[in-house]
Design a protein around this ligand. Sequence first.
Ligand SMILES: [Ca+2]
Length: 276
Amino acid sequence: MRKVDSVKRLFNIFVVGLSALAGAVLFFSCLTLQGCFIPGNSDVIPVYSYNIVNVYPHDPDAFTQGLVFEDGVLYEGTGLPGHSTLRRVELETGDILQIRELSDQFFGEGITTYGDRIIQLTWQSHIGFVYDKNSFELLQDFNYATEGWGVTHDGTRLIMSDGTSTLHFLDPQTFQEIDHVEVFDDDGPVTRLNELEYVQGEIYANVWQTGWVARIAPDSGRVVGWIDLEGLLSAEDHSEPVDVLNGIAYDADNDRLFVTGKLWPKLFEIELIPPD
Ligand SMILES: [Ca+2]
């Protein structure tokens, strides 16, 4: 009996030690993964990888904050004080076809087209701008209470992120909030939602400072899939200073998905690969 007890005790010590080791590994992993953000840490939520379909040039001076593809061209919003712009860009060449510079006081953020207009948010000024889509003429501005990060639309509502886990739904005419939803996955709220794109009934959102994109069910806020874009920009493309992944655009007519990042020299067309 005594021998059996000691074997049990040794086994228990082993199990406790193993648990402690696993805990320590997880803890230190968390330290390097920005506050324990571990997307894809789920047996339920599918994690998509990608194939690169095409690579296009991207202005390495564009601090990309908003990206839209419509009628054969890209629309891009850039940030930083003194460098914030709205652009029309030729996809194949990266050439800037049209540009409007924001006043130095504004830090440009997400953009979306809506009908014949373009809406552009600013980061902490609580002001959004509405432009004529063709002329880039400023038509009006509007206010919101939160910070402004990303914006897209679902055909009837603007959808806006503010850096938290909340997505706001705005009336596209009055810019008043109609509804909001909290975004979550198996581990709880998903914060730092940044650039947005509405893709076939889902909201795609960059998670700021990661290479991950959340696929969100608009009604519930549930993350229904993760896209792992870590490593999309190769090591050699880091020879010049680059910032994080930011910018998702969807060509609904041709079912093409484009992604880029702040100061990235390249813009990628990718196709998603579901998990096995
Ligand atoms: Ca977008």
